[in-house]
Design a protein around this ligand. Structure first.
Ligand code: DAH
Length: 383
C-alpha cells in the first residue's frame, strides 16, 4: 500500500515536471518566433527596434521573465532549457543588432546621398575694390585720349622723388616729416611721396612724342583722419612732344572731367605753383552735387550725397563754394627736360597729378577716406 502510494506520488511529481518543462520549451520556441517576426517587421524603424530591444532583452523583458522560471525546471532538464534560453537571447540580440545597424547605415546613406536636383550654393564672388575700379575708369578715359599706362617703383631715391623734379633741397616736401625715409636702405631711399618721379624714369628711357599715365600708391607720414591717410593712390599724367600747348592740357583735362563726372561738368584753372611745372595750375570742377548753386546737376539729382544734403542749405560737399579741387597740373618745367637730357627748345609737354581717393570720394559721395582701407564688406559691396 505504502509502496503504491509512493509510486503514485512520484509519478504525479514527474508528470508535473514533464508537462512544465514541455511548456517551457514551447514558450521559448514561440517567443523566438514572435520576436523574430516582430524584428523583421520593424526593419529600418529605429524607434520600434529600440522598443523591441527593451521588450525582449530589458531587465524586466520577456526573456528575463522566462529565465526566472528556470528554477522550477527538473534538474535533468535544466541544462537543455538553459541552453535553449541562452540561444533565444543570443538570436534575439543578434537579430536586433543586425536590424539596428542596417537601419542606421540606411539613414546615413540617405543623408549622404547627393540630390542633384537641389539648386546649387552660389559661390560668393568678390569685386574689384572701389579704388581699383576708379583707377580703371580713369585709365579707360585717358587710354581713349591716346595715353598708355606705365608704372614705377614705390621705393624711390631722393634723386627721382625730388631732384629730377626740380624740387630743391630747401623745399618743404623734402623735410623728413613729409616723406618716409627708409633707414635700413641708408636713408637715401624713401617711399615715394607722389607718382611724379616716374616722369623722369620714363623720359630717360623713351623718346617723345608720348602720352602716359601712371597710377599707383604713394606714401606720406600724415596723421590719419577723414581726409588723410599715410598711403593713398595717385594717377600721374605726362604728355610730351612737339608743339604741345597749354590748350592741349586744358582740352585733355576738360574731356576727362566730363567723362568722369558727367557732361554738364564745368572746369576751371587757378594759378598755382609746382617746382616741376611752369606755369602751374590747380584744376577745379563744378560741384557735382550743387553745380555751384543749390540746384544740382541733372545727373546728381538722384545722388545719395545730394539727398543727404538736400535739407542743408549750404552744399555739404563743396561747402557752398560751388567748385571742387580735383588735381594739380601745368606745362613741364624746362629744367625737368634738361635733367633727363631733352632739349626744351625742341619739346614741350604738360603734366598732371590727381588723388584717386579724392576722385572716388567725390564720385560716390564718400566722406571718410578710412572707409577704403577698413575692408568692411558692407561698404565694399556697394560699388
Ligand atoms: N605731384 C603732385 C603732388 O603729389 C601732383 C602734381 C601736380 C603732379 C602738378 C603733376 C603736376 O604732374 O603737374 O602733389
Amino acid at each position: 500500500m505504502l509502496c503504491v502510494k509512493y509510486y503514485v506520488e512520484c509519478m504525479t511529481h514527474d508528470t508535473l515536471h514533464m508537462t512544465q518543462d514541455c511548456h517551457m520549451k514551447e514558450k521559448i520556441r514561440a517567443l523566438k518566433e514572435k520576436a523574430g517576426a516582430e524584428i523583421t517587421a520593424a526593419a529600418g524603424q529605429r524607434e520600434i527596434l529600440e522598443s523591441l530591444r527593451i521588450k525582449y532583452l530589458g531587465r524586466k523583458g520577456e526573456i528575463s521573465e522566462i529565465f526566472k522560471g528556470i528554477s522550477s525546471v527538473a534538474p535533468e532538464d535544466k541544462a537543455e532549457v538553459g541552453g535553449l534560453l541562452n540561444e533565444l537571447k543570443i538570436s534575439v540580440t543578434n537579430a536586433l543588432e543586425g536590424s539596428l545597424a542596417a537601419s542606421s547605415a540606411g539613414t546615413s546613406a540617405a543623408k549622404n546621398r547627393i540630390d542633384v536636383t537641389l539648386p546649387g550654393i552660389p559661390a560668393r564672388l568678390g569685386k574689384l575694390h572701389p579704388i581699383t575700379q576708379t583707377i580703371n575708369r580713369i585709365s579707360e578715359i585717358f587710354i581713349g585720349l591716346g595715353f598708355r599706362v606705365v608704372d614705377g617703383p614705390e621705393i624711390e631715391t631722393e634723386h627721382y622723388n625730388f631732384e629730377t623734379l626740380n624740387i630743391p633741397l630747401e623745399h618743404p616736401s623734402r623735410d623728413a616729416f613729409d616723406t618716409f625715409y627708409l633707414e635700413s636702405l641708408g636713408g637715401k631711399n624713401l617711399l615715394r611721396s607722389h607718382t611724379s618721379p616716374v616722369q623722369a624714369r620714363f623720359m630717360e628711357k623713351n623718346k617723345p612724342p608720348f602720352s602716359i599715365i601712371v597710377p599707383g600708391k604713394v606714401y606720406r607720414p600724415d596723421a590719419t583722419d577723414a581726409s588723410h591717410s599715410f598711403m593713398f593712390h595717385q594717377v600721374e599724367g605726362l604728355c610730351v612732344g612737339k608743339e604741345i600747348h597749354f590748350s592741349d592740357l586744358k582740352g585733355c583735362l576738360e574731356t576727362f572731367a566730363k567723362e568722369m563726372f558727367g557732361s554738364s561738368t564745368k572746369m576751371r584753372l587757378r594759378p598755382s605753383f609746382f617746382p616741376f611745372t611752369e606755369p602751374s595750375a590747380e584744376v577745379d570742377i563744378s560741384c557735382i552735387i550743387c553745380s555751384g548753386a543749390s540746384d544740382p546737376a541733372p545727373e546728381a539729382r538722384d545722388d545719395r550725397v545730394f539727398q543727404r544734403n538736400a535739407q542743408i542749405k549750404r552744399c555739404g560737399v563743396c561747402g557752398g563754394k560751388g567748385w571742387l579741387e580735383i588735381l594739380g597740373a601745368g606745362m613741364v618745367n624746362p629744367k625737368v627736360f634738361e635733367k633727363v637730357g631733352y632739349d626744351p627748345k625742341k619739346v614741350t609737354g604738360f603734366a598732371f597729378g590727381m588723388g584717386v581717393e579724392r576722385i572716388a570720394m567725390l564720385k560716390h559721395g564718400i566722406n571718410d577716406i578710412r572707409m577704403f582701407y577698413e575692408n568692411d564688406e558692407r561698404f565694399l559691396r556697394q560699388f
